[in-house]
Write a protein that binds this ligand. Structure first.
Ligand SMILES: Cc1cc2nc3c(=O)[nH]c(=O)nc-3n(C[C@H](O)[C@H](O)[C@H](O)COP(=O)(O)OP(=O)(O)OC[C@H]3O[C@@H](n4cnc5c(N)ncnc54)[C@H](O)[C@@H]3O)c2cc1C
Length: 264
């Protein structure tokens, strides 16, 4: 067995096709919109935020005064614009930009909780019907810190029993379908805490919601540990979309993140 730490990788995020965006804005709002893009692009920290703002401003043609006779002034700064949409609960614009994360060395406890979030996500999880583990990799929760030896011994015992049963099959002579069925049966013996991997894509509306729910003090420690990492990454890379998130430091060194605007 091997002790491991959950890992978070942001492996992809929405990017803008600037040629198309410029042509589109010229068509929608001529020079006013083109100048708005030049100003905003320069100040923008992330393409996901810029995309969100473009999508939002399309709604009222609010790239500048004069494009929509009903609009007599606009919010010039992106920070004010995004803050205003968050405060009004106009959450749908935050669905345009997405992030894809790979969560490695997470347990089945974690993945089971993660997949309860249904809206605005895509999920691909390591198949333990197909992937036959050679040993157990395991994250030690804080509650077990002074029980490391005992936990190691329990898992090694499970591994031993697992391999005894596994070795009772003549794997070399089995076709793939039978191997898959036995692998799937065998996984039932492994602990829920066994490390696995999952790729999770979500839009920013969903990421905001899941950070807030899963870093709550009452949330399970592993998912809070992972979504604290997600929150720190999002605050750094998308400072406007997550501008209203504040944290409190918990005893286990994780942070509980709360947004000012909850129902976005
Ligand atoms: C601390 C904690 C403890 C928990 N304990 C338990 C437990 O003991 N047992 C258990 O079974 N689960 C438990 N859960 C899971 C919880 O009940 C939810 O299933 C999970 O958090 C998914 O959140 P969500 O319902 O907001 O769904 P998401 O899929 O994240 O949906 C986002 C939002 O979209 C809307 N929405 C989504 N689906 C629908 C729908 N069908 N109809 C209308 N609106 C919709 C809702 O506004 C929802 O908040 C727990 C969660 C937490 C954070």
């Amino acid at each position: 067995m091997e002790f491991v730490e959950p890992q978070v990788y942001l492996i992809a995020e929405s990017k803008i096709n600037f040629d198309q965006l410029k042509t589109m804005l010229a068509s929608v709002g001529q020079e006013t919109a083109t100048k708005w893009l030049a100003r905003t692009e320069e100040a923008s920290k992330s393409q996901g935020e810029l995309l969100t703002e473009v999508a939002g401003r399309i709604c009222y043609k609010s790239f500048g005064v004069g494009l929509n006779p009903n609009v007599t002034k606009i919010r010039e700064s992106s920070r004010d614009y995004i803050d205003n949409t968050l405060s009004k609960g106009d959450g749908s614009i935050f669905e345009h930009a997405t992030c894809t994360f790979a969560f490695l060395n997470v347990s089945r406890v974690f993945t089971h909780e993660l997949v309860r979030h249904r809206v605005g996500v895509a999920i691909s999880q390591e198949s333990l019907r197909y992937v036959r583990p050679t040993h157990v990799r395991f994250w030690l929760p804080p509650e077990f810190q002074d029980k490391k030896k005992e936990v190691k011994s329990i898992i090694e015992q499970i591994e031993h029993n697992y391999h005894e049963l596994e070795n009772s099959y003549g794997w070399d002579k089995l076709n793939f379908d039978v191997k898959k069925r036995i692998t799937s049966a065998l996984r039932r013996i492994m602990p829920d805490g066994m490390a696995t991997s999952i790729v999770w894509s979500a839009n920013h509306r969903t990421i905001r919601h899941v950070i807030s729910m899963r870093t709550a003090e009452s949330a399970e420690v592993e998912i809070r540990f992972v979504f604290d990492k997600v929150a720190r990454l999002m605050k750094e890379k998308f400072p406007l979309i997550y501008q209203d998130f504040e944290y409190t430091e918990l005893e286990d060194k994780t942070r509980s993140w709360r947004p000012k605007y909850n129902k976005v």
